[in-house]
Design a protein around this ligand. Structure first.
Ligand code: KMT
Ligand code: NI
Length: 176
């Protein structure tokens, strides 16, 4: 895992876009983002039991697996959105970037590789992309039924109760 401020430069979303300004992992906690490096799947089972993640599946995002819709899918994952539930991803192979909005509404990029597990809280604006290798395999964990409907950012979604609750619940902090 590596977290840094996105450079906001033009260019393919799959490039690193590393501004060179790193983000301390404790800042992720302040945004409500949880991160774990778990090389033993038993530890994932424990986390899942603790946090009531009852179900899981595995998704492979690659042109080999997805065929012609790959490019389209990768673009759609990269639209800024939120969910009304946590998004939990445990990387099993390859790599990808999760971008999340900071308190000051800047993009913060999180590079994840095998054995990295991330929990994004309900209501956080985020987006996802594969990296230049165009391959990621991830376990998706969820509580009951998956609530993965992406709600794209806009005035209506800004007023969504899960968005409001996220903003209220987030501790007040000085921007980094
Ligand atoms: C998502 O919700 O953005 C995804 O599931 C992306 C693929 S999982 C790494
Ligand atoms: Ni999402």
């Amino acid at each position: 895992m590596k977290a840094y401020w996105y450079d906001n430069e033009a260019g393919d979303q799959r490039e690193p876009h590393d501004s060179g300004r790193t983000v301390h992992p404790t800042y992720l906690q302040k945004l409500g983002v949880l991160y774990y490096h778990l090389s033993d799947e038993e530890d994932v089972n424990k986390l899942a039991a603790d946090r009531s993640y009852k179900n899981r599946d595995v998704i492979t995002v690659s042109p080999e697996r997805m065929g012609d819709i790959y490019e389209e899918k990768v673009k759609s994952f990269f639209h800024e959105h939120l969910h009304e539930d946590e998004e939990i991803r445990y990387i099993r192979g390859g790599a990808g970037f999760f971008d999340v909005r900071s308190e000051g509404d800047e993009w913060l990029r999180i590079f994840l590789e095998k054995d990295d597990l991330i929990v994004l809280p309900a209501g956080i604006y985020h987006r996802f992309t594969t990296d230049a290798n165009n391959y990621v395999q991830a376990m998706r964990l969820f509580k009951e039924e998956p609530k993965w409907t992406p709600l794209n950012r806009g005035p209506e979604v800004d007023a969504n109760p899960f968005r409001k609750e996220y903003l209220q619940g987030r501790p007040a902090i000085a921007p980094q």
